[in-house]
Design a protein around this ligand. Sequence first.
Ligand code: HEM
Length: 500
Amino acid sequence: MLHEVVSSALQLPPLVYLAVVLSTILYMRARRRVRWHIPPLPCRPYPIVGHLPMLKDGFSKAIGKWRKSTGDIFSLYTGPKLMVVINSYALVKEAFIKHADVFSDRPESVIIKNTPFGDLGIIHSSGANWKEQRGVSFSILRSFGMGKNSLGEKINEEMSFFLQALSDLRGKPTDIHMLANASISNVICSILFGHRFEYDDPYFTKLIKLMDENMSLLRYYPLLTAFPWLKYIPGPDRYGAKKLLQNLQDTSNHFKYQLIKTTEDECGTDNFINAYYQEKRKREKAGNSTTLGDNNLLRVIGNLFVAGTETTGTALRWAMLLAIHYPDTQEKIYKEISDVIGAERTPVIEDKSHMNYTMAFIYEILRFACVAPYSLPHLCSENVEIAGYTIPKGTTVIANLYEILHDDETWGDPYAFRPERFLDKDQGVTVPEEFLPFSLGRRYCMGDSVAKMNLFLLVTGIFQRFEVRAEDPKNLPSLEPRLSAANSPQLYRLRLIERK
Ligand code: HEM
């Protein structure tokens, strides 16, 4: 009987075999999906577009609502792609620390991939390339003083230009957004290129504007990642896909220009770029194969410039906005500055250990505003079990840092702005382990110490010299965030009144 079945089957046309093989593969995959038991969906996805239409009012609103309805871990479909959102400290820790080998890559970004040297560098790269670029960049940054007093000196140098520019405003209502970003990115520039830029340098102002525009355009990231062909649709650029690609190309050209200029400038040897090339030569001379090279370096420079500017700049704008909303807090910081530093001396990083209230204010800004609310996407590189669910290989995983920093159980009153929560009963600084504005695990932010130093010196420097006031005290600017890839405050104007 079996023999008859086999011999008749062997006489079937090849197309039938193909159909049988394909159906079997599809059947097996479907069965595996059922067995996989992926984290629950908050609601039924639409065909083809998945949950994307429900994200139209902003990713944060939708996923904040779904965390309440669906729990600490849930799945979404961005178009046909599966994404898992993790909303609790315990589960993010389980994923990024316990299963670090599985969750330390980045998903391929079809937007970035199509730009020059797309997934090279640090932020968007994975595997051996990421490891070497991150390791080398980290040790060069450390050699340039990251986390040490010598960086504090660089920040103070920049600060004197910034405070003078603020003083030149003479209390006129101003949006200091671009000026603050320029000052913050000058600290990174002095490491990368060995010099700062004037605030009105056309090359520099164009770069800062491009970056700012990109942050706003990146709010369509899930849509553009699911449907990259949107950039080919003729007519109006509704989701900014064409504009974003053009901007990324322009930004890359800007960095290329600066890279060439820095390597040709024989006077400026003390910079990140030269240190990177030195390391490359050292590795080649030792006969080691290396990923260090021009294309990777170009991306690394762009990564550090963007990651180091937008985030810290956004946190500083929240700090000024919240100081306007909470004048008592501003006065407490001013009192601490008067007690510890006085009016004449420039704040230095060593003052930090005597200024607990100011540090508590900075921690509360980073918690309350959570400028990188969803961290950066991670890729699950193997099927893995988290909280009894299977996350399949190839899934994009989002750590919802905003929810972790606004969790009722951890923080009690998460939506209140209250720096005192970071002070213990003896007024010492206390930071709960759930405080994760810089994420955690192998992809942990590379610039947290630079950011904290910059924020401390900026906040103390500004409040020492100025009282920060609203443009119209009866009509304070909104605390509702603006739609952007970062959690940015709305654009607002303030007045800086010299204290003496
Ligand atoms: C308030 C300021 C900042 C915040 C809140 C912040 C937050 C973050 C977060 C949440 C990530 C993603 C981590 C992950 O994927 O799990 C990240 C990555 C990164 N940050 Fe920051 N950051 C800040 C400032 C900086 C600064 C000043 C620099 C550079 C000097 C920097 C460089 C980077 C880089 C290079 C990465 C990518 C790391 C990797 O992919 O391995 N950041 N940051």
